[in-house]
Design a binder for this molecule. Structure first.
Ligand SMILES: Nc1ncnc2c1ncn2[C@@H]1O[C@H](COP(=O)(O)OP(=O)(O)OP(=O)(O)O)[C@@H](O)[C@H]1O
Ligand SMILES: [Mg+2]
Length: 361
């Protein structure tokens, strides 16, 4: 009976979504559940019997918490500023440490409970961004409507003027410039309106690889002219997705255009599709959610650290003739599809934009 119950409790702890690590009184690891393996990037086998302080030598705060609990027998709860380094990535973690009380009243060691805060932090950032965008959006929509009417007047007058001028008249050059610039302002206003209005998705089955292939083909003239090598790595097992094809096209076109504009002569553009599994987005009853991820990677100059924050803000641009609406529109399209867009970039080393979308099957 005792053994059966032991197995039972082990199953319970293994199934908990939070990471659980147990140490004995000497500070050696005696137990690691699968969620803790996932969060810390260490396997149960590697960790068992090793000193906790040698495995987590990079996490000073966590070591301090464990030391405090070991020394005083007191719990330290929900410290949100713990970070784990996992494969070169920094993972925000919330940690609690508590003493392991044995039935005889003695202390049997220390329990460390860890919770991955990556998704929470990302959601917080998305909410902050949405807040900023919605007040900006209301302003922009009002402004766009105000601009469209006078713009129509200017366009009409310029067209009339053009008709009055003889074919070879030198003033025709001026009317041509006016009409071209009116067209430019008009397209900015249209984009702004698209950004500010709540979108209605025209959902259909979309063959993502076809969309990506078409975009790459469409850009072939530009990439050939600049001597850019284009690689595409598509996972053939990815099924059609349910999405708005014209928006998805716009999304990846914007990202691929940005990459091409960033790459100098002779650089490389890499477009990859893959399936990823996400434990933290899992639904009740299934272990993990299946997501589709597309990476658009370039080896251009990268993005300066101080610009990363503003990248998705409307009108943020570093290009002389850029509008700065491309990425804001991308963000909107992705969130309307209940996905995420992330950027990984280092000045001098290139940029990877990753779009992840839910795979409904
Ligand atoms: N792949 C990339 N490499 C380097 N910088 C990039 C990359 N993608 C975007 N950026 C930076 O982000 C800024 C904003 O991009 P965004 O697409 O929103 O606007 P834009 O390209 O400047 O103008 P447009 O409205 O014409 O797209 C760019 O000006 C550039 O500084
Ligand atoms: Mg752009």
């Amino acid at each position: 009976m005792h053994d059966v119950m032991e197995g039972y409790y082990e199953n319970v702890i293994d199934s908990v979504g939070d990471g659980v690590i147990v140490l004995d009184n000497s500070g050696a690891v005696t137990f690691v559940n699968p969620a803790a393996e996932e969060i810390c990037g260490v396997s149960r086998r590697q960790a068992k019997g090793k000193r906790f302080s040698s495995i987590f030598s990079g996490s000073d705060l966590l070591l301090e918490m464990v030391e405090k609990t070991m020394a005083t027998g007191m719990s330290v709860s929900d410290h949100e500023n713990v970070v784990m380094r996992r494969g070169g990535r920094v993972v925000p973690v919330s940690a609690s440490t508590s003493p392991l009380q044995m039935s005889d009243g003695e202390r049997g060691g220390t329990i460390v409970v860890l919770r991955d805060l990556t998704k929470v932090r990302e959601l917080e950032a998305a909410v902050r961004h949405a807040d900023r965008l919605s007040s900006l959006g209301t302003l922009a929509a009002g402004l766009a409507h105000e601009i469209k009417n006078p713009l129509g007047g200017i366009k009409g007058a310029a067209q009339l003027l053009e008709m009055e001028l003889p074919e070879s008249h030198e003033m025709r050059e001026y009317t041509r410039v006016v009409l071209k610039e009116v067209q430019r302002v008009n397209s900015i206003v249209e984009q702004l309106l698209a950004l500010a209005s709540p979108g209605k998705l025209k959902l259909d089955k979309v063959n993502l690889h076809q969309v990506l292939g078409d975009i790459i083909l469409l850009q072939k003239h530009d990439t050939d002219c600049r001597g850019i090598t284009v690689h595409q790595f598509f996972d053939p097992s990815i099924p059609p997705i349910v999405a708005d094809e014209s928006l998805i096209t716009q999304l990846f076109l914007n990202l691929i255009r940005n990459a091409i504009e960033a790459i100098g002569e002779g650089g490389t553009l890499k477009v990859t599709s893959r399936i990823v599994y996400d434990y933290s987005m899992s639904q009740r009853g299934e272990g993990r959610a299946r997501l589709l991820a597309v990476d658009v990677a370039d080896n251009g100059p990268g993005i300066a650290e101080e610009n990363l924050e503003q990248l998705f803000m409307p009108f943020f641009t570093t290009k002389p003739t850029g509008t700065g609406l491309g990425l804001a529109i991308c963000q909107k399209i992705v969130s309307e599809h209940r996905g995420m867009i992330n950027v990984d970039s280092h000045a001098g080393r290139g940029t990877v934009f990753t779009v992840s979308l839910p795979l409904l099957q």
